[in-house]
Design a protein around this ligand. Structure first.
Ligand code: WTA
Length: 645
């Protein structure tokens, strides 16, 4: 990267911010040198405990043992609701903005508390007990937050499945976590279209005999099938008592499972804790977004992803903040929708993904000009690297050079933000997530695991634990260990590459494994390949990512058909439909190339490196192909490549 641009922290921003440069340095140093004391203070500051912990931390990356605040007792819903009632009972907790721009509603902390208590009693009535897993398959409506908090209130473990996943993907996740209860809506709304959520649940449950009850939120009022397992959310809620004392949970009791994709096998159920997770989500929310009482905060992420967990629901509510939930998409009914919502609700802090910024940037500035975004104070970015062009547009055009951008790097497994600017402390460089948050010690290593110093590029690892770190993979601690702690012993392997510049700033360069990041959504190439080979006509498939202007990465599938079958447009459509059925629309391949064979080593391993280069049109620079069993294959694949330019 040549000629980096640097944006200084404006004086007026630094003056009002919670964390200044001097304070960042002082707190960061303390967080490392006097870690137990530092984290004790933060845990006390951000969370109310029923009983203090015995030990601040007990972590060993050698065995993947991660424990924080053991012996401490707390309840997440108490922290997000009850403790705010005295002073903020009538303050809005959730602003909901519908897919339809004419629909919105608000819930105060008191109203949200009452609904959560009632719904927690509904769950109990149906037999949900502490540590039972509850699957939530809901669109972006307040009931999603109610369901999460109600589970937390009684100690049940929620497993949210993004409402864009298919019935088959839902089934796999219900089975893996052995969920006995499902909470869904009749339908979701997205961009003026409905999503058949209850129908998907019905399909999924054909293979889930253990599910006892399906609680259905009436959202669109569309026609759905009904059976003996189904009950209506609103009917149950009306009958339930609003009195439900919060369960006293151990800090290390699990709070939720969230499935995420890795380079191999099926998605993993990443398991997060109660105490450490909440401390970390609440603390990062406060410091990173510099939240001030009374402000309106909007994170556009769906609750089906980790960003929605930590920064739409738990982080904001634990701090008594007003959080906006948006059901729709950035371009419906028109590409000014985000800015209209900002104007309508006077949003102060806005947190979204680069893919949305790029998509809106491509629509031109006219869509900005008719809206008033003067309420905005802080802008955020998450989910994938933000290219400097998109950063500049966000900064100059959306924020009119008044709002610092926090480019926050983190992962499902990290629970909260690990690398980020702090608005009063950090000079910004477009495209860099900048510096580590308190307590975070990154190390960039080479392929042999040697730690690189100074200005360098390699694989990003983290050398010591932080409270928000995932505790395990549901059902397989061994898989947790192998995935994250075996590649570089003693370090947490992030799966990302990174460069560190001479100022100590981190630049995330993207995944180093076979995980794609498509529109900010994480996807395993192996999952898409498994879907493709289910088709009778497919002998073999290899999926790679390629650069895509809007999505960041597009999905490129090389498909080899069984002998005697000819490629056709019809077959291509069948394969696309198959992937949508197995995983969901987000995994739809952008390009399919028919490949008579795939390039393999003599031992039969597909050489993805070459396929990635061909997909990216980097055909002049294929590197060493001498280890291929049949180097001639490459020329043929190049001739037939799908995105010629
Ligand atoms: C990528 C989302 C660059 C990264 C919170 C990571 C980013 C993966 C950034 C995790 C960022 C996330 N800059 N890359 N600011 N934020 N990523 O689990 O590759 O859905 O490993 O968590 O997204 O995706 P996940």
């Amino acid at each position: 990267m040549s000629l980096e641009k640097v944006y200084d922290v404006p004086l007026e921003v630094a003056a009002g911010a919670h964390i200044t440069e001097a304070l960042y340095r002082e707190m960061y140093e303390r967080s490392i040198k006097d870690s137990d004391k530092f984290w004790s203070e933060q845990a006390e500051r951000f969370v109310d405990w029923f009983k203090p912990w015995d030990k601040v931390q007990d972590c060993d990356f050698g065995t993947a043992r991660i424990r924080w605040f053991e012996g401490g007792k707390l309840n997440v819903s108490y922290n997000c609701l009850d403790r705010h009632l005295a002073e903020k009972g009538d303050q809005v907790a959730i602003i909901w903005e519908g897919d339809d721009p004419d629909l919105d509603r608000t819930l105060t902390f008191r109203e949200l508390h009452e609904q959560v208590c009632r719904f927690a009693n509904v769950l109990k009535k149906h037999g949900v007990e502490k540590s039972d897993r509850v699957c939530i398959y809901l669109p972006m409506i307040p009931e999603a937050a109610v369901a999460m908090l109600a589970c937390a209130r009684i100690g049940a473990v929620h497993s949210i499945v993004f409402a864009g996943f298919s019935a088959d993907a839902l089934r796999d996740r219900i089975l893996d976590a052995d969920c006995r209860y499902v909470i869904c809506a009749d339908e979701g709304n997205r961009g003026g279209r409905t999503v058949p959520l209850k129908t998907n649940v019905d399909t999924a449950l054909q293979s889930c005999p253990n599910v006892k009850t399906v609680i259905v939120v009436r959202n669109t009022g569309g026609t759905i099938d009904w059976d003996a397992r189904s009950v209506w959310y609103h009917e149950e809620l009306a009958e339930a008592s609003p009195d439900c004392p919060p369960e006293s949970m151990d800090a290390e009791d699990p709070l939720f499972i969230l499935y995420t994709s890795g380079s191999t096998g099926k998605p993993k159920g990443v398991l997060h804790s109660t105490g450490g997770y909440l401390v970390y989500a609440a603390m990062t929310f406060q410091y990173v977004f510099d939240y001030r009482p009374g402000e309106i905060y909007w994170c556009t992420a769906d609750v089906g992803w980790i960003t929605g967990h930590s920064y739409t629901v738990y982080g904001p509510l634990c701090n008594g903040a007003t959080t906006l939930m948006f059901e729709g998409i950035p371009t419906y009914p028109a590409p000014d929708r985000f800015w209209r919502v900002v104007e309508k609700h006077r949003v102060n802090i806005f947190y979204t993904a680069p893919t949305a910024i790029r998509a809106l940037m491509a629509q031109g500035d006219n869509w900005l000009e008719t809206t008033d975004r003067g309420s905005l104070r802080v802008l955020g970015s998450v989910g994938e690297p933000i290219n400097p062009e998109a950063w500049e547009w966000y900064y100059h055009h959306v924020g009119r050079e008044r709002c610092p951008i926090v480019d926050t790097w983190w992962q499902t497994e990290t629970g909260g933000i690990l690398i980020t600017p702090l608005i009063g402390a950090t000079r910004l460089k477009p495209g860099s997530a900048t510096r580590p948050f308190f307590g975070i010690v990154p190390a960039i290593v080479d392929s042999q695991g040697n730690v690189l110093e100074g200005d360098c590029e390699g694989v990003l690892t983290i050398t010591r634990s932080w409270p928000g770190q995932a505790r395990s993979v549901f059902g397989s601690h061994q898989r947790f260990f192998e995935t994250y702690f075996s590649a570089y012993p003693g370090k947490y392997f992030t799966g990302d590459g990174a460069r560190r510049d001479a100022d100590g700033y981190y630049w995330i360069t993207g995944r180093v494994d076979d995980v794609l990041n498509v529109s900010g959504h994480r996807m395993g190439t192996a999952e898409i390949e498994s879907a493709l080979v289910l088709h009778d006509s497919v002998a073999e498939a290899a999926v790679v990512g390629y650069p895509h202007n809007i999505k960041g990465q597009g999905i490129y599938a090389y498909v080899t058909l069984v002998a005697g079958i000819s490629p056709s447009a019809e077959l291509e459509q069948e394969l696309i439909q198959l992937v949508r059925k197995e995983i969901g629309p987000i995994a739809t391949p952008d390009l399919i190339q028919w490949a008579p064979t795939l390039p393999k080593t003599r031992s039969g391993k597909i050489m993805r490196r070459i396929l990635r280069k061909i997909a990216a049109n980097e055909i002049r620079d294929l590197g060493d192909i001498s280890t291929l069993a049949d180097p001639g294959v490459v020329e043929e694949i190049i001739q037939n490549r799908a995105n010629r330019s």
